[in-house]
Design a protein around this ligand. Structure first.
Ligand code: F0G
Length: 351
């Protein structure tokens, strides 16, 4: 028997559901918070680092926490269609939860910019997918307009039910630690997640963390202070030039006394490989932006007053299998040799 029944069952009194709400769940949430001692050691972190491995949600990303609430509410409202624009994970989650609810997910994606694993998910769950010649920001604009004209429910994070569900990750971190962390680091794309975490920390703890958000360097509208027309980054999940929750992200930063800054693709990929090689934790590139930010800020002595009593948490937003092409591109390719013990032993470097 499963010990957890999903985030709505677990945190029902904090969520906008009633007896009339049919709960559509894949038993998301209850993801592990893992101490990353090898990373601490390698980079000389003076603090404890605990990572919230959200890749272990049912569709492999944090989106499932918000999607269980958004889809449950859409079904309560008797909607037959939900719609989202996506860099991939939202569409994978919307497609899976819609399949379970027996409704149809409509998905608008930027052509050629979705990691393979995510696209395969939306396809196999039966979403109706359209790829546009444009980027995520163009796709989001179109789905917002569609929602004004047609009876479909928007399930991007502009939908407040998404934020409500996603805030449960902050609750789980506090439940696991027995208190809020001192700092919390995470990637920022459309800025729904930083908004949700900050809401969750505020609702669940009197003493809250300093929020540290990181955008990819060439997709960093919040840091640069203006929308980016043609955002670029290998971290396709956060390739966003005009985040929907921009103002809320600034609120999280300012109310917590935190930071929103940028990290380069090289820094993201270095953190991505480090998590995989030092901790055995496989994430998609965007997920490593928070860790890249911690490495950068530790070098700048930002944490000079921290000790091993200081707790830093970081969200690892999506699973590495979402983007297998990137993992292969970042690794040495296996040599092809003849099927002979001596040759194989030599190629393995043990002869
Ligand atoms: N990490 C991953 C793996 C994501 O998929 C996203 C967003 C983010 C970080 C950033 O979170 O947008 O709340 O600031 N992905 C969205 C999508 C945009 O369509 O799947 P955010």
């Amino acid at each position: 028997m499963s010990l957890f029944k999903g985030v709505i069952a677990k945190y029902r009194k904090y969520l906008p559901v009633s007896d009339e709400t049919p709960i559509i769940s894949l038993q998301e949430g209850s993801t592990p918070l893992i101490r990353a001692r090898n990373i601490e050691k390698e980079f000389g972190f003076p603090f404890q680092l605990h990572v919230k491995y959200e890749g272990l949600n049912p569709t492999g990303s944090f989106k499932d926490r918000g999607m269980t609430v958004a889809i449950s509410k859409a079904v309560e409202k008797k909607k037959a269609f939900v719609i989202c624009a996506s860099t991939g994970n939202t569409s994978a989650s919307a497609a899976a939860y819609s399949a379970r609810a027996g409704i149809t997910a409509l998905v608008v994606i930027p052509e050629g910019a979705i990691a393979l694993g995510k696209l395969s998910q939306a396809m196999i769950h039966g979403a109706r997918i359209v790829a546009i010649k444009g980027n995520f920001d163009d796709a989001l604009k179109i789905v917002r307009e569609i929602c004004e004209k047609y009876p479909v429910e928007l399930v991007n994070s502009i939908n407040p039910f998404r934020i409500e569900g996603q805030k449960t990750a902050a609750f789980e971190i506090i439940d696991a630690l027995g208190r809020a962390p001192d700092y919390h680091a995470l990637p920022v794309g459309n800025a729904g997640n930083i908004t949700a975490y900050w809401k969750g920390f505020k609702e669940y703890a009197a003493v809250r963390p300093v929020m540290l958000g990181f955008q990819a360097a060439k997709s960093a509208p919040i840091v640069d202070g203006h929308p980016i027309k043609n955002p670029e980054t290998i971290a396709t999940a956060i390739k966003i030039g005009n985040p929907a929750s921009w103002e809320k992200a600034l609120e999280a930063r300012d109310e917590s006394g935190g930071i929103i800054d940028k990290v380069t693709d090289d820094e993201i990929l270095f953190a991505y490989r480090s998590l995989a090689r030092l901790e055995g934790i496989f994430v998609e590139p965007a997920s490593a932006a928070g860790i890249a930010g911690l490495i950068k800020y530790n070098k700048k002595s930002y944490f000079k007053d921290a000790s091993k009593e200081t707790i830093v948490t970081a969200t690892l937003t999506g699973h590495g299998l979402k983007d297998p092409d990137r993992a292969i591109a970042e690794s040495a390719q296996p040599p092809k040799v003849s099927a002979e013990i001596n040759v194989v032993a030599e190629a393995l470097g043990i002869k």
